[in-house]
Design a protein around this ligand. Structure first.
Ligand SMILES: [Zn+2]
Length: 494
């Protein structure tokens, strides 16, 4: 299987080289051609991914495992001869799950598997017992139907199975309303049916983020369906939840940032980033170990080939992404005086599905620039740019600071079903496609680091216009980021 995959890759490589051979070759174009060929070759990319996922494993920020991954990332850059350092930033609060369990009693008795949702609070040590009620899909009518029965109860919320990226964004969007209605109705806590099949569990983000004040759980789908069948047959159930989470005040965490200095424009920057942290139920292979390995490998191959573009390239392994995009926010604060000279910051965070283009953030001038950068790899397309702002990964603070930003748009492939789940493991990564994506990322990064640019950092007024003329505000609300933009703690200062 793997062998024939490599053969297919060689064919892609040679096709590409043939196509490129007919074009006039300038120095920079020849550099991109060599770099792309190197990325498609047999590099240590898969070994890196295996080490990060199997040896280190799930690595949520605040854990000892996460600190190991920081040292690992630093060591990988340095072993490749790439200058790199740890850069400290502040995480707003510590949150780590120690254990969570529930017991269902009443007209039936069983013990479903559960996990705490990020920023769930702990219950008392002996557990919190309350009626379990049928919260339907958490709609207005569902809570009207429950009336007083919702008060002090655990509301069990039914979900559709999550199959793709659309389902993922729907889940984020719907959580805001569901949780508002549940808390307004006076529930003791919210229990979501796992949107993954059978017994698979995952971390569903609470809409309030660190501001959440309730016990919140995800229950394995098969057991949640059993609960709902019982409740809908008129049976009564109570649930005792025992949640033990470690919490604490703000603390220091670290991004790992590699750098290859530019030649003529070394004071200008192009950033390529992927987040190092992951939720810890699985091993964070699709989200986002595969793209961490991609970023490291790009730096490694550039160094190996001795390539130096005009602008300085920063290879960022951001941390603290899963708990609120904190590492990339920290980068923007640490490098505030460079943001005027940062021409583009890109994020890769949708697993290993085929790159089909880039989100260009509502900046038409970036569409043509991206297309130009993609020319050397057009044989790996087709590509289509979507000129819309997108929230949910590390481009966010760059975008709100007015910095040109790209997010790789990828086929969702198996990203949705494994998202934040116990099944996000090394074997889910499409290694052949990951190498092709790495070649595409190489061309785009190198292209932006060499091309003429006709755009500038946006002013506060321009960023505000972007917020007001698109669905950016709604997206920010569903990721719990709206207030920080409103109160001025995030985004370009006036
Ligand atoms: Zn991610």
């Amino acid at each position: 299987m793997r062998k024939s995959g490599m053969l297919a890759l060689r064919i892609v490589t040679s096709l590409f080289l043939c196509a490129a051979a007919g074009a006039p070759i300038y120095a920079q174009e020849a550099d991109v051609t060599r770099l792309v060929a190197a990325m498609l070759g047999d590099t240590p990319l898969t070994d890196d991914l295996r080490a990060l996922t199997d040896e280190i494993g799930g690595r949520i920020t605040g854990s000892a495992t996460n600190l190991r991954s920081v040292d690992w990332g630093l060591e990988r850059f340095r072993a490749a001869g790439v200058e790199a350092k740890k850069e400290a930033f502040t995480m707003p609060a510590l949150w780590l799950e120690k254990s969570s369990s529930v017991i269902i009693e009443g007209d039936a008795s069983f013990k479903p598997n559960v996990v705490a949702m990020p920023f769930s609070i702990s219950t008392p040590v002996r557990g919190l017992t309350a009626p379990l009620v049928d919260g339907g899909f958490g709609s207005e009518q569902d809570f009207q139907r429950l009336g007083n029965d919702a008060k002090g109860a655990f509301a069990l919320i039914e979900t559709h199975e999550l199959l793709d990226l659309d389902g993922l964004f729907r889940e984020y969007n719907e959580a805001v309303g569901i949780e508002q209605r549940a808390f307004a109705a006076g529930v003791a806590g919210v229990v979501y049916m796992s949107s993954r099949p059978h017994n698979l569990l995952y971390r569903h983000n609470a809409s309030l983020g660190v501001k959440n004040k309730h016990p919140m759980l995800v229950m394995e789908r098969d057991a949640a369906l059993r609960c709902l069948r019982l409740l809908r047959a008129g049976k009564s159930l109570t649930m005792t939840a025992t949640i033990d989470v470690a919490t604490g005040p703000a603390y220091e965490s670290y991004n790992v940032v590699g750098e290859i200095k530019g030649t003529l424009k070394s004071e200008e920057f192009v950033v390529i980033g992927a987040h190092l942290d992951s939720w810890e139920i699985g091993q964070g292979a699709l989200d986002n170990g595969c793209n961490v390995a991609l970023v490291i490998d790009l730096a490694r191959q550039m160094k190996r080939l001795g390539l130096r573009p005009l602008r300085t390239i920063r290879f960022a392994l951001f941390n603290g992404e899963e708990q609120g995009l904190n590492g990339s926010w920290g980068y923007c604060k640490t490098h505030a005086d460079e943001l005027d000279r940062t021409v583009m910051a890109s994020s890769y965070d949708i697993g290993s599905g085929r790159i089909i283009g880039f989100f260009t953030g509502g900046r038409p001038e970036l569409v043509s620039a991206t297309e130009k950068a993609l020319t050397p790899v057009e044989g790996l397309g087709p590509f289509m740019q979507i000129d819309a702002p997108i929230v949910g990964t590390d481009n966010f603070d760059f975008m709100m600071e007015g910095v040109g930003n790209l997010v790789a748009n990828q086929e969702s492939a198996n990203y949705g079903p494994n998202y934040h789940a116990g099944s996000d493991t090394f074997d889910k990564v499409d290694l052949k496609q990951l190498r092709i994506n790495a070649a595409i990322a190489a061309a785009v990064t190198y292209g932006f680091a060499t091309m003429e640019v006709n755009w500038k950092r946006q002013t506060r007024a321009e960023v505000e216009k972007l917020v007001n003329s698109t669905d950016l505000g709604a997206q920010m609300r569903s990721f719990g980021l709206w207030e920080m933009w409103q109160d001025g703690s995030r985004g370009r200062k006036p």
